[in-house]
Design a protein around this ligand. Structure first.
Ligand SMILES: Cc1ncc(COP(=O)(O)O)c(C=O)c1O
Length: 367
């Protein structure tokens, strides 16, 4: 920009802050969006009606309840803990960021098992936290025999995403307890997809003071647009997280909406049951077409084939109006794509498009 008084030099952000590619799923204007693991349907009708009524009772001129007491009490009741065990923030990404602001930073180290959710790496960079990635086994599970390598680096925080994004793999209880028992680190189990799976680390909270379970409203509660997430942990940790969060970081609207959503847990369970059955239908369809499918306990499926070029397949699907996530650039994922479980019709369109693409044989590697 030219003009009098405008400095010529560019002020650079501090070392380590750099825009990295791959964190944001590209958004395209297509008819079937199966790329960001959202719920295909919005929240139940009761939710909007109750929220509209609630809006008239909010004192908008006042700051919100700084500690979100009502919302935390409702979440505590849902999970069988007390509100002192609950920290809430604007999406689970902000929960993760708050954890890293408090327990990460200069001369602190976080360990992750790759492939996993890319935001751990990103937020570690933002908070100047050293991050070490350890490879998983070829079936994408955590290698118990190599945990000594992890502990040898004395991490301050260990992130375990379970079910893991982008593989959908659930971590066995045995793996979690082994890590919790043997490590001095804070163990963060990210259960963004927890309700889709058969086991939750919430059950381990009473036994381990170093455990934090992170949850979100973005998936099963069908409220990605609300930006609300929370952590369940020992009070000694949640007290620290509250100290680190900015004053009044969670607005009155969000607190009300979060509490109202929990009133319809039955509708959420029904939604989960439907998505789980659709997940199995898609997995079956993919297997029948000859793809390798990673058994998923989440609302998405990782799939690929040795003979098919995943990037070409991604483009071919986009041409058919279907957007899935190209994860080929993620560390240690290889030639695979990730598809979110959508509505029944969307899933059928996806399977049909795949069949057609395979028939046309344009996406195969040339021999
Ligand atoms: C594993 C995992 N953790 C956290 C998040 C972030 O969720 P939120 O929308 O609550 O920030 C996501 C979102 O896709 C995710 O996949």
């Amino acid at each position: 920009m030219k003009g009098k008084g405008k400095a010529e030099k560019q002020v650079l952000p501090r070392e380590g802050i750099r825009i990295q590619s791959g964190y944001h799923s590209p958004q395209l204007d297509v008819k079937v969006k199966l790329n960001t693991n959202e719920s295909p349907a919005g929240p139940p009708d009761n939710f909007s009606d109750a929220l509209v009524q609630k809006l008239n009772t909010i004192s908008w001129n006042r700051y919100p309840d700084r500690r979100a007491t009502a919302l935390r009490s409702a979440l505590a009741e849902l999970h069988g803990v007390v509100k002192e065990n609950v920290f809430v923030a604007n999406g689970s990404n902000e929960v993760l960021q708050t954890i890293l602001l408090a327990y990460g930073g200069h001369q602190r180290t976080a360990a992750v098992f790759e492939p996993t959710y890319l935001l751990y790496n990103h937020i570690c960079n933002l908070t100047s936290t050293n991050i070490i990635g350890f490879p998983r086994k070829s079936d994408f599970s955590i290698d118990l025999d190599r945990l000594d390598d992890v502990f040898a680096t004395s991490p301050d925080i260990i992130f375990i995403c379970s079910p893991n994004n982008p593989t959908g793999k659930l971590e066995e209880t045995e793996v979690l307890t082994e890590i919790l028992q043997r490590s001095k680190a804070l163990v963060v189990v990210d259960e963004a997809y927890g309700q889709f799976s058969s086991f939750s680390a919430v059950d381990l909270l009473s036994d381990y003071k170093s455990l934090i379970v992170v949850r979100t409203y973005s998936k099963t509660w069908a409220l990605a647009g609300l930006r609300l997430g929370y952590a369940l942990c020992d009070q000694a940790i949640s007290d620290v997280l509250w100290e680190v969060a900015l004053p009044y970081h969670l607005d009155s609207f969000k607190q009300a909406a979060g509490e109202i959503a929990l009133r319809d847990a039955a509708a959420m369970q029904e939604r989960v049951a439907f998505l789980v059955s659709e997940r199995e239908r898609i997995s079956e369809g993919l297997l029948q077409m000859g793809f390798d499918v990673v058994a998923s306990q989440a609302n998405f499926i990782l799939f690929g084939s040795e003979v098919i070029d995943a990037k070409l397949l991604w483009h071919a699907l986009v041409e058919q109006g279907i957007l899935v996530r190209d994860v080929t650039s993620f560390p240690k994922i290889g030639n695979r794509l990730r598809v979110t479980v959508g509505s029944h019709d969307e899933n059928s369109l996806f399977l049909k498009a795949l069949q057609q693409i395979i028939r046309e044989k344009k996406v195969y590697y040339s021999r």
